[in-house]
Design a protein around this ligand. Structure first.
Ligand SMILES: NC(=O)c1ccc[n+]([C@@H]2O[C@H](COP(=O)([O-])OP(=O)(O)OC[C@H]3O[C@@H](n4cnc5c(N)ncnc54)[C@H](O)[C@@H]3O)[C@@H](O)[C@H]2O)c1
Length: 274
């Protein structure tokens, strides 16, 4: 038996974090597209890691429970990396809410029930959650604490309240951050920690879909006018994950870390201000 990392989302960000933190572990890679999970498993196994691909859908509780059960066959789950998700140009409003908002909430809840003492988790949120206007304290608490099966029934998530896919994505990512806070309290009772990372534009297939999508110019302008003047890389996101998931992060839990080259700062107080 080995210590197990459960990784959802066989994309660039997920792989960068898994490569940084998953040596010596069994890494169970879940993705809705089995070919993505298989391709990542091959790349990593060829580089000396021990991984196994599993088809899974973050938007279904049964699928989440299934991958957890498969992961537990290899040993105790001590790490969770959630890097599965769909972007505003990849999916309609309802799919974004089902995958990015509901699915993430269910995953944090289900893994929280089985995470080993000393375990750590990170979920990948987004700068988009920081850019949206503040919600009311009541709405924030609803996103944080509403039972998962009731989440999508919340008034602020009803179709007439959601302008477009970008708004749905922002709400989902805000919810991720709030959910991590509430779940981290439960994880803490098991001696485990949970945080989120909110990247800005990171060059991955998902971001490239955005560059080529209807908001392409908006995104290119965003990295041109942010203090860093460039998009980021998945390996830089892994730098933050390494802090959060290693002993150096022992006092960090229930927190969200923005890594966006300063784009959010520029959006509020610099040249990106709308
Ligand atoms: N790339 C960026 O600029 C950026 C910025 C901020 C946040 N993010 C977030 O990072 C996460 C990972 O994105 P990435 O850029 O590595 O993208 P990616 O496209 O490289 O990987 C995402 C993976 O998630 C999988 N996936 C999609 N829906 C799924 C589902 N229902 N169940 C299981 N797997 C599913 C996809 O098949 C894909 O393999 C996402 O949550 C995204 O919102 C990305």
């Amino acid at each position: 038996m080995k210590k197990v990392m459960l990784l959802t989302g066989a994309g660039q960000i997920g792989m960068a974090i898994a490569r940084r933190m998953g040596y010596g572990m069994k890494i169970v890679i879940g993705d809705k597209k089995p070919e993505n999970a298989r391709a990542m498993a091959k790349t990593m196994n060829d580089a000396g890691f021990d991984t196994v691909p599993v088809e899974m859908d973050l938007s279904h509780r049964a699928s989440i429970r299934n991958i957890i059960a498969q992961a537990q066959r290899h040993g105790d789950i001590t790490m969770l990396v959630n890097a599965a998700g769909v972007s505003p140009s990849q999916a309609p409003v309802q799919a974004i809410l089902k995958v990015d908002l509901y699915g993430t909430a269910v995953l944090l809840e289900e893994v929280g029930k089985v995470i080993a003492p000393g375990g750590v988790g990170v979920t990948v949120s987004s700068q988009s959650g920081h850019r949206m206007k503040q919600l009311s304290p009541e709405e924030d608490e609803q996103l944080a604490c509403t039972p998962t099966e009731e989440l999508l029934k919340l008034p602020l998530l009803q179709p007439e309240k959601i302008r477009d896919t970008l708004h749905a994505y922002q709400l989902a990512k805000r919810c991720n951050e709030k959910r991590v806070m509430a779940e981290s309290v439960k994880w803490g009772s098991k001696g485990a920690r949970l945080n989120s990372i909110s990247p800005g534009i990171i060059v991955t297939p998902l971001a490239i879909d955005e560059f080529n999508g209807p908001r392409g110019d908006f995104y290119k302008n965003m990295f041109a006018k942010c203090p860093a003047g460039r998009p980021g890389t998945a390996d830089e996101v892994a730098n933050v994950a390494e802090l959060l998931m290693s002993e150096k992060g022992a006092f960090i839990t229930g927190a969200d870390f923005l890594i966006d080259g300063g784009a959010t700062a520029s959006y509020f107080y610099g040249p990106l201000k709308p």
